[in-house]
Design a protein around this ligand. Sequence first.
Ligand SMILES: Nc1nc2c(ncn2[C@@H]2O[C@H](COP(=O)(O)OP(=O)(O)O[C@H]3O[C@H](CO)[C@@H](O)[C@H](O)[C@@H]3O)[C@@H](O)[C@H]2O)c(=O)[nH]1
Length: 422
Amino acid sequence: MVKAVILIGGPQKGTRFRPLSFEVPKPLFPVAGVPMIQHHIEACTKVPNMKEILLIGFYQPNEALSRFLVSAQQEFKIPIRYLQEYAALGTGGGIYHFRDQILSGNPEAFFVLNADVCSEFPLEEMLNFHRECDNPDAFLMLGTTANRKQSLNYGCIVANADSHEVLHYVEKPSTFVSELINCGIYLFTPAIFQHIGAVFQRNQQELLLEENANGWQRAEAIRLEQDVFTALAGQGRLFAYKTEGFWSQIKSAGSAIYANRLYLSCYNQCHPERLVQNHPGGPTIRGNVYIHPTASVDATAVLGPNVSIGKGVTIGAGVRVRESIILHGASLQDHTCVLNSIVGWDSTIGRWARVEGTPSDPNPNDPYAKIDSETLFRDGRLTPSITILGCNVTIPAEVVILNSIVLPHKELSRSFKNQIIL
Ligand SMILES: Nc1nc2c(ncn2[C@@H]2O[C@H](COP(=O)(O)OP(=O)(O)O[C@H]3O[C@H](CO)[C@@H](O)[C@H](O)[C@@H]3O)[C@@H](O)[C@H]2O)c(=O)[nH]1
């Protein structure tokens, strides 16, 4: 049997996701109509013999997470548990700390998935590749191609073209190493804990030599990438499985819009029932659009492409929405126009208002381009990006909000352009 671990991180990490991460933990942010990590969970449940899914992170248990766990377990009929780290232990420290829980029931292997990625998750293919490997104790890392410049933002893999063995691994190098990058999706056998354990022992030894070290936590904080993969490379143990399928990080809100598009497009094959079609008496739908069954959409609205409309949203007459996520309870009054934006929970946009952002899509002329995890400011100015309205924001009628971030509970009284409204 196999298991899966999803590394969900914790609260202080979602800074590029503000103000959306004020309301829900980032892993639960809805992308293409379902929480970000539900896509991971769905992919895991398709793997034959998957016995349990563990979410590991350092969020305090909270209502949103508990509700999600209950509903996901009911829907997928598989045990899904949250294990909380006592502090941020890094990508390797968390799984090491909870190794007994992961290994209970004797899984032959387990997947580890970063929560902040979107992908086709070719997990079964990885499992088959692993079984075909001569080495039953091989560890597998999913890789994809990036362009030379952007590869520096990821873990870079140099692999043998025939055997796929990872010969060299550098995390976020400062100069070019390889166009093959780490997708943050792994398949490990229980033997990985010997290697993480060796790092733990070494950290402990180093701490013993230090004066005033108050160090259990520091010994347990282990990064899979720098501490484990770098050492495993070239040892005949770590292999790269390259995917040609879609993959992207979800770091910023802009990349959530991009991931929304990728998953919606994927629904054409895997979940056609989640995409709405044009029908008499319904709104005009262009391209891939998800509408929650409880949303009320006027027949004269035009939606799409790449739009997700959440639970209980109201969309008035003549509304136009494109490349956007509208979160639950929001209300778009008659004739509003929303482009390249995320509209927060319970926000209201007044009649004839226009809410617009600038897409931060990867270069369409470069097949290997990834989305740039843009910094909020460049040269002291806010970088034009998608517009985000936090939860419960009110936009008056007939104004324009362009390339701006509006913090929760704001009631605006005029138009804004390129601003963070605190
Ligand atoms: N449980 C737990 N999870 C963590 C912790 N720190 C990070 N994570 C989770 O681990 C994942 C990776 O987080 P980062 O540390 O932010 O790394 P990164 O910059 O995204 O880079 C990683 O992912 C890239 C692919 O997206 C890789 O290319 C790169 O090599 C690396 O693995 C995220 O899902 C994050 O929530 C921690 O202390 N504890």
